[in-house]
Design a binder for this molecule. Structure first.
Ligand SMILES: C[S@@+](CC[C@H](N)C(=O)[O-])C[C@H]1O[C@@H](n2cnc3c(N)ncnc32)[C@H](O)[C@@H]1O
Length: 342
C-alpha cells in the first residue's frame, strides 16, 4: 500500500525498522554499520530513503520534498530508535537529482564532515554533502561486494566504472592478488584512493583514470584507435593487454563519450562484449544493471546471446539479489546482478 505524502511517517518507519531487526544484528556481527533503514519504494513511501553510514543518517527524497513537520517527525523517530546518529537531509526531488535544500551553519558543517563507516570489515569514507550528488558507497551493491570478497582470494580483479572503488577495495581486503579500478572521474578515484588508505590492504590496488571503453579495448587486446572517423580522440592511458580472473561491470544508466555510448537499457552488449574479452577463460564476470525498466529475464537473454556471439558462452549463471534492507515486494529489484562463469 502506498501512503499519501502527508500521512504520518512514524508507523511506516517503525515497521521498516522492525523488519530489519535480525538483519541489523547479523550485519553488526560482520562489522557492518551501514545499511538502508528505510527503502521508500518497497515500504510504502516511494521516493524517500534513509541510509545509515556509521554515525551518519542520510535522508533523501527523490519525488517530493519532505515538509518541515515530516522531517521533524522522522528525526524524532530515529533519535529515539537509533540514538546518537547525525541526520542530514538531502532533497533530490528537483531536476537531475541535484541536492536542492540549502544548509547553513552547524548543519552544513556536519554535512560536509568526512566520516568513516564499516562494511564487512572494510572501512569507507562518507560525506553527506560533497561536490557530487550520490553517496560515496551504494548500499544495494553490498551483495555484490560480499560475493566479490568471497571469490577474490588469490585472483586478479578488474573493477569497471569503479566510482569510489568499493568493489576493488573489498577485493583487495579479501586477498585479491591484483586489483585494477577504472573510472574516468578523477574525483571518484580520489575517494577510492582514500578508501584504500583507510584499510590495511595486503596489496596496492591500481587506479586508472580512463574512459572504460578505451581501457577495456586495450586490456582485451582489441586495441583503442587514436583516430575514429577522421577525429582524433582525447589522450588516454596506455594499458597492456591482460585478462582478469574476476571482472565487475557496473555501468551507469547512460553516458556518452567520444569512446562510446553507455546505454544499459538499449545496448548492454556494447559493454558486455569487451568486458567478456577482459575476463580470463574459466573466469567470472559479474554484470550489473540498475535500470528499473529492464526486466530481469529479458536482460538475462541479452547476456546469454551476447556471450554466445562473443564465443564465450556462459557455463554458469547465478542471480545475486540485493540484501534484505532493499525489500522489493514484486520480486523485481531495480538493481539486477548476474554472476557469470565464462
Ligand atoms: C553507477 S556508478 C558505478 C558504481 C560503482 N560500480 C560502485 O561500485 O559504486 C557510475 C560510474 O561510472 C563512471 N563512468 C561513466 N561513464 C564512464 C566511462 N565512459 N568511462 C569510465 N567511467 C565512466 C562515472 O564516473 C561513475 O563513477
Amino acid at each position: 500500500m502506498i501512503v499519501p505524502p502527508t500521512a504520518p511517517l512514524a508507523p511506516r518507519l517503525a515497521a521498516a525498522l522492525a523488519a530489519r531487526g535480525d538483519l541489523i544484528a547479523d550485519l553488526a556481527a560482520e562489522a557492518t554499520d551501514a545499511y538502508r533503514v528505510f527503502h521508500g519504494s518497497g515500504e510504502g513511501l516511494p521516493g524517500l530513503t534513509v541510509d545509515r553510514y556509521g554515525d551518519l543518517l542520510l535522508v533523501q527524497s527523490f519525488h517530493t520534498p519532505l515538509e518541515e513537520a515530516q522531517l521533524a517527525e522522522l528525526e524524532t523517530f530515529y533519535a529515539s530508535t537509533l540514538p546518537g546518529l547525525t541526520p542530514i537531509y538531502n532533497d533530490r526531488s528537483r531536476a537531475n537529482s541535484r541536492i536542492a535544500n540549502e544548509l547553513a551553519g552547524d548543519a552544513l558543517a556536519q554535512a560536509e564532515l568526512q566520516r568513516e563507516f564499516s562494511e564487512l570489515g572494510v572501512r569507507y569514507a562518507v560525506q553527506a554533502r560533497h561536490a557530487g550528488q550520490d553517496p560515496w558507497l551504494f548500499l544495494d551493491l553490498r551483495a555484490g561486494r560480499r560475493r566479490v570478497m568471497a571469490e577474490a582470494a588469490g585472483k586478479s580483479v578488474l573493477n569497471l566504472f569503479a566510482y569510489t572503488c568499493g568493489v576493488g577495495i573489498a577485493a583487495a581486503k579479501a586477498g585479491a592478488r591484483f586489483v585494477v579500478n577504472v573510472d574516468f572521474a578523477e574525483s571518484a578515484l580520489k575517494v577510492g584512493k582514500h578508501n584504500a588508505r583507510l584499510n590495511d590492504l595486503p596489496i596496492r590496488p591500481r587506479f586508472v583514470q580512463s574512459d572504460a571503453f578505451a581501457a577495456m579495448r586495450q586490456l582485451a587486446g582489441i586495441g583503442q584507435p587514436e583516430v575514429v572517423r577522421g577525429k582524433r580522440l582525447p589522450a588516454f592511458p596506455r594499458l597492456e593487454a591482460q585478462q582478469f580472473d574476476l571482472v565487475f561491470l557496473d555501468p551507469p544508466r547512460y553516458a556518452k563519450s567520444l569512446f562510446g555510448v553507455v546505454d544499459i537499457v538499449n545496448d548492454y552488449a556494447a559493454l558486455m562484449k569487451p568486458a567478456l574479452l577482459c575476463t580470463a577463460p574459466g573466469g567470472t564476470l559479474i554484470c550489473c544493471n540498475n535500470a528499473a525498466q529492464v526486466p530481469r529475464e529479458a536482460w538475462a537473454d541479452q547476456l546469454e546471446r551476447c556471450a554466445r556471439k562473443a564465443g564465450r558462452p556462459i557455463r554458469e549463471f547465478e542471480w545475486l539479489a540485493p540484501e534484505a534492507d532493499f525489500p522489493s515486494p514484486d520480486g523485481q529489484p531495480p538493481l539486477k546482478m548476474a554472476l557469470l562463469r565464462v
